[in-house]
Ligand binder design. Structure first.
Ligand code: 8X3
Length: 264
């Protein structure tokens, strides 16, 4: 085998279009915003999509991304985003990052609203966005869809049932989609992080209680950062397009399992 027959995972494919274009949902904070920054740094054109226009505007000014307001729980809003984005050019990647955890109750104390919202954002939101952009991803010739799931999709834990179920649902969606879209040259990538210290994840999960949110990370030497996860996403997207990195699971060293966290 000659040197030229080796592919270089992590570097843009030699035959990649000059300007690769990606849509990132949930881009106003945390992993979504970090992914916008990382993709821009890697030379991608990026549409940063989320509900909060003010945050998006600041991110767009900082990075050169295009801000686009979208609510993934609303199909009309998703379709409007798709029309605006596809009118302006090809789409090579969609990163389904919008979602998160709401509530940390046991099943016995489970709240319908929390479970509905988690399913609606993580699973249905991913489906709505993916469904809307699939024609563009197919016709662009080398599409990629990324799903931000979680280690919560891999193992259930007490107080996590609603979130674990939503993330497992999103993971199942990704796995079925990979089988369906291979024939259309669209690859499907799942990135499943463990504990990531972001401004809002634990705060949302714990009903806005900052003290309780801080407790989640207390004494943990180095939880993952949003940038760590964004790097994994860019790594998978920048692999030559025939390389489908099905799943990346990343955890902080201090979290050997969701329930086993080393605290100093
Ligand atoms: C969040 C990871 O450890 O809170 O996606 O379940 S964990």
């Amino acid at each position: 085998m000659t040197q030229s027959q080796y592919s270089s995972i992590g570097s843009p494919a030699p035959n990649a279009p000059k300007a690769l274009r990606a849509v990132v949902t949930g881009a106003s904070s945390g992993i979504g915003a970090a992914t916008v920054r990382a993709l821009r740094a890697a030379g991608w054109e990026v549409i940063a999509a989320a509900r909060r226009a003010d945050r998006l505007q600041a991110l767009a000014e900082e990075t050169g991304a295009t801000a686009a307001v979208v609510d993934v729980t609303d199909q009309q809003s998703v379709d409007a985003l798709m029309r605006t984005v596809t009118k302006a050019g090809a789409v090579h990647a969609v990163i389904n990052n919008a979602g998160g955890a709401f509530g940390a109750d046991t099943v016995f104390s489970g709240k319908d609203d929390d479970w509905d919202y988690m399913y609606n954002t993580n699973v249905l939101g991913s489906m709505r966005v993916t469904r809307a952009f699939l024609p563009a991803l197919r016709s662009g010739g080398q599409g990629s869809v990324v799903f931000l799931t979680s280690t919560a999709a891999l193992a259930a834990y007490e107080g996590g049932a609603g979130y674990c179920a939503a993330k497992a649902g999103q993971q199942a969606l990704a796995r079925a989609l990979r089988l369906e879209e291979a024939a259309h040259n669209v690859r499907v990538i799942e990135v499943a992080p463990g504990m990531v210290h972001t401004e809002e994840f634990a705060l949302n999960r714990l009903g806005g209680n900052q003290d309780a949110a801080d407790e989640v990370y207390a004494g943990v030497a180095r939880p993952l950062s949003a940038g760590d996860v964004a790097s994994a996403i860019v790594f998978a997207l920048n692999a030559p397009h025939h390389v489908n990195i099905d799943q990346i699971v990343l955890r902080p060293l201090a979290q050997a399992a969701n329930h086993k966290v080393l605290r100093g």
